[in-house]
Design a protein. Structure first.
Lengths: 116, 115
């Protein structure tokens, strides 16, 4: 049973380009979360999706960032017109049920985005 | 404001020694507290999850304690190994309506175990 798979592991973009980060949750998991981690900082929540629906996007910047989790295929975090401040590690996590109680989240290895 | 503070920021110990990491939180309403281990370049991996009523929970050489009255938790690592070198993250779950923001992450303690 493969864990949470993220790709690419490393992504380099020039300012103004688009970045697309992919996340395949664990088999059977329908809840997906995206987090951003800056150096020396804790993980910061961005968005929570459940198959085809955005449940909570309160942590995601209003502009340039979008996320989807289609019925088929991986979840995608898209960053348009990237700026240097977008450089960070982006982690995806998944769970079987909503993150209440003692529900475990399983994390992917992350995508390191570098904006030149 | 919901916050999770960890100390120390970093720690260096010799292989075979014990160590204790601290976590203080101001999260309300409290649901549970989790400790994660994050190896360099990897995602966090769950070590323990404790609810309000649990004072201690062990996972091999890792033992977590929780004092819900003082809002403090500790992670004790016994007989450390080189593979314990990682960042240890305290995460507190708040019982919020917006499920996605329910997990509040600390910045982590970076542990280095040397031979």
């Amino acid at each position: 049973n493969a864990g949470v798979m993220q790709n690419p592991r490393h992504l380099v973009r020039r300012r103004g380009q688009e970045a697309r980060l992919r996340c395949s949750p664990m088999k059977g998991h329908s809840h997906v979360y995206w987090y951003r981690q800056l150096p020396e900082e804790g993980l910061k929540f961005m968005v929570y999706l459940q198959k085809e629906n955005i449940i909570d996007e309160s942590g995601m910047p209003k502009e340039r960032f979008s996320a989807e989790f289609p019925k088929e295929g991986p979840s995608i975090l898209r960053i348009q017109q990237v700026v240097r401040g977008d450089s960070a590690a982006y982690f995806c996590a998944s769970s079987l049920r909503p993150p209440q109680g003692q529900e475990k989240l399983f994390f992917g290895s992350g995508t390191q985005l570098s904006v030149l | 404001k919901n916050q999770v503070e960890q100390s120390p920021q970093s720690l260096i110990i010799l292989e075979g020694k014990n160590c204790t990491l601290q976590c203080n939180y101001t999260v309300s309403p409290f649901s549970n507290l989790r400790w994660y281990k994050q190896d360099t370049g990897r995602g966090p991996v769950s070590l323990t999850i404790m609810t309000f009523s649990e004072n201690t929970k062990s996972n091999g050489r890792y033992t977590a304690t929780l004092d819900a009255d003082t809002k403090q938790s500790s992670l004790h690592i016994t007989a450390s190994q080189l593979s314990d070198s990682a960042s240890y993250i305290c995460v507190v779950s708040a019982d919020l309506r917006q499920a996605g923001t329910a997990l509040i992450f600390g910045k982590g303690t970076t542990l280095s175990v040397s031979s």
